[in-house]
Design a binder for this molecule. Structure first.
Ligand SMILES: [Cu+2]
Length: 154
């Protein structure tokens, strides 16, 4: 008699411990939402932009640095760069903004490219030599060895 009552009490305690079904549905919705957001971020990260000026030097700038990071020019001849920034604004460091800062003799360039956009700019180096450009908006800026490039003027 008392044994059967004990058994019933144990059964009801086990029933109480079971989670209500809507909790697992809610959990599934949260999991799907998180995966969806992650896939969206990964896909938008790799959004490729076609250069607007095909005669310009095509250059990309991402958190990995400039590509290419060496360009050659001739003194007195203009250089036109189509700088593409495929990074999105979800980057916590610098918000996906990059820039191109260069001083080559009397030529001074300071260009900012917003996330997922591009800019075309022209400058004319006047003297032969090696000059460095850099980005100072992310990853330690000019202190980051990856955020540099070299302009070789002959
Ligand atoms: Cu940068």
């Amino acid at each position: 008699m008392s044994g059967s009552r004990k058994h019933k009490a144990k059964m009801s305690r086990e029933k109480q411990r079971k989670k209500p079904p809507y909790m697992s549905i809610l959990f599934m919705i949260i999991v799907i939402a998180i995966f969806g957001a992650a896939i969206y971020l990964i896909m938008s990260e790799t959004a490729l932009l076609e250069p607007v000026n095909r005669d310009a030097i095509k250059m990309t700038i991402t958190m990995a640095g400039f590509e290419p990071n060496i360009i050659r020019a001739k003194a007195g001849q203009s250089v036109t760069i189509n700088l593409i920034n495929p990074d999105n604004s979800h980057h916590t460091d610098g918000g996906g903004v990059h820039n191109f800062i260069l001083t080559a003799g009397s030529a001074r360039v300071n260009i900012t490219v917003q996330p997922e956009s591009q800019k075309v700019f022209t400058f004319t180096p006047t003297q032969a030599g090696e000059y460095h450009w850099y980005c100072d908006s992310c990853c330690g800026g000019s202190e980051n060895p990856g955020m540099h490039g070299t302009l070789i003027v002959a």
